[in-house]
Ligand binder design. Structure first.
Ligand SMILES: Cc1cc2nc3c(=O)[nH]c(=O)nc-3n(C[C@H](O)[C@H](O)[C@H](O)COP(=O)(O)O)c2cc1C
Length: 182
């Protein structure tokens, strides 16, 4: 069993990419990194081909994962298009991949609110997928470029919240696994 880390930004030097990598390390165990470089969802493409290869890869990773960590950038007060596109593709899989899946959400952004609005929207986006989103603590990394100047998060206040969030994600995943096995 593994944790799937999803960055809503495709940028190589993305702060969200760095944040989910650090979160995955703290979570521990096997970490699978999602690649959201997917074709745009198009019903005609889906009807003609089913899931494109990159979409199938992500769907299978999600099916395997015991827990998911998602960090979204804030683009004009909303999550990125690539993240929305990926969730739309995942919602079309007949396995109901997100239903009951323990998910931790977070955000990192340049602004002073740390992508709080985007994260709120992301929580709503996960609601129709029936993901088991950990309620808190909220983790919104403000002025994220500065926070990740050394390559990783070092701010104690943020790190305490991240550790608590990962503890809760791990314990929720354990309970979910036990319930499935029963
Ligand atoms: C199209 C676009 C819209 C943005 N809108 C916001 C915004 O609403 N709030 C904010 O704090 N930062 C905004 N930013 C700045 C991002 O927070 C910043 O580029 C951040 O580093 C993106 O995350 P990444 O490093 O993971 O790619 C925006 C950036 C882009 C490219």
């Amino acid at each position: 069993m593994a944790v799937l880390i999803i960055s809503g930004s495709l940028r190589k030097d993305s702060v969200n990419r760095k944040l989910v990598a650090q979160a995955g390390e703290i979570y521990g165990g096997e970490v699978i990194t999602a690649d959201l470089n997917l074709p745009l969802y198009d019903g005609d493409l889906e009807a003609a081909e089913g899931q494109p290869a990159a979409v199938k890869t992500l769907a299978d990773q999600l099916a395997t994962a015991e827990a998911v960590i998602i960090s979204t950038p804030e683009y004009n007060k909303a999550p990125s298009g690539v993240l929305k596109n990926a969730l739309d593709w995942m919602s079309r899989d007949s396995r109901k991949l997100f239903a009951g899946k323990p998910v931790a959400v977070m955000s990192a952004a340049a602004g002073r609110t740390g992508g709080e609005t985007a994260q709120y929207v992301l929580r709503n986006m996960l609601s129709p997928l029936r993901a088991n989103v950990i309620a808190g603590p909220a983790l919104c990394i403000a002025s994220a470029g500065k926070e990740f100047e050394t390559g990783q998060l070092e701010n104690d206040r943020y790190l305490a919240n991240l550790a608590e969030l990962m503890d809760l994600l791990r314990s929720t995943a354990a309970v979910t696994k036990a319930a499935k096995a029963a």
